[in-house]
Design a protein around this ligand. Sequence first.
Ligand SMILES: Nc1ncnc2c1ncn2[C@@H]1O[C@H](COP(=O)(O)OP(=O)(O)OP(=O)(O)O)[C@@H](O)[C@H]1O
Length: 252
Amino acid sequence: MSGRPLHASAPSGAPAIGRQAPVEIRGLSYAFGTGELRRPVLRDIDLAIGPGEIVLLTGPSGSGKTTLLTLIGALRAMQEGSCRVLGQEMMGASEAQRVALRRRIGFIFQQHNLLGFLTAQQNVAMAIELDPRTTEAQRLDRATRMLAAVGLGDRGASRPDQLSGGQRQRVAVARALAGEPGLILADEPTAALDRQSGGEVVRLLRELAKRRGVPILLVTHDPRILDLADRIVSMEDGRIVPTKQADTVPAP
Ligand SMILES: Nc1ncnc2c1ncn2[C@@H]1O[C@H](COP(=O)(O)OP(=O)(O)OP(=O)(O)O)[C@@H](O)[C@H]1O
């Protein structure tokens, strides 16, 4: 590793963040394939996300946003550089360490990924399932409270196919937050929603995350939600590029 300061070459306008940043990335590069088929998709990425910070990651299709998100989310193994997430270094981490880290992260995807045969309440309770100290009754109670927090307190018994797209995505928000994660990673969470539902889902996510001090990294093409960010990071061809001044939104 180069030992350079964290933001020495980070052109995203980020403030310097101390050692406690939930996400600290330096010199991260990643390629798909091997030999002649090897294709670099991330090049020398530096990025830090501070406690409670909401960062939107934008950029053209194929620029590497989802690949970066999946590396931060411990969904794939690192190849080069350093990526420290919630205190865990991902470079050289074992599968067991990656699984343990994934349990501390709340994921929200474009397709809500709710299980169709479970109710909204059961889907949310699943996120709490992994903690053996919690009883079933406590899990369901917490799930109900999370559903109430996203405005669906009366829909706990509904299955996903009985809910609208926006409501399903709100259940996904409740599920992501129910496990009390240290970080939320969201990949195009509004892509399948109309303008109003998309805005509501992200506003809600932002409000709940801010209240709990949970940082969010959200990949989006959706210009309608850019104003909800504390910071916008743009990618192009596998690199982080300077964000145009007009796109930068000051923290509230
Ligand atoms: N599993 C894979 N195997 C090989 N190449 C891949 C794989 N996943 C992604 N890629 C390639 O890596 C590059 C970056 O993809 P990635 O999905 O990270 O981009 P993106 O910015 O998220 O794009 P989009 O906005 O379209 O989702 C693309 O050229 C893509 O084709």
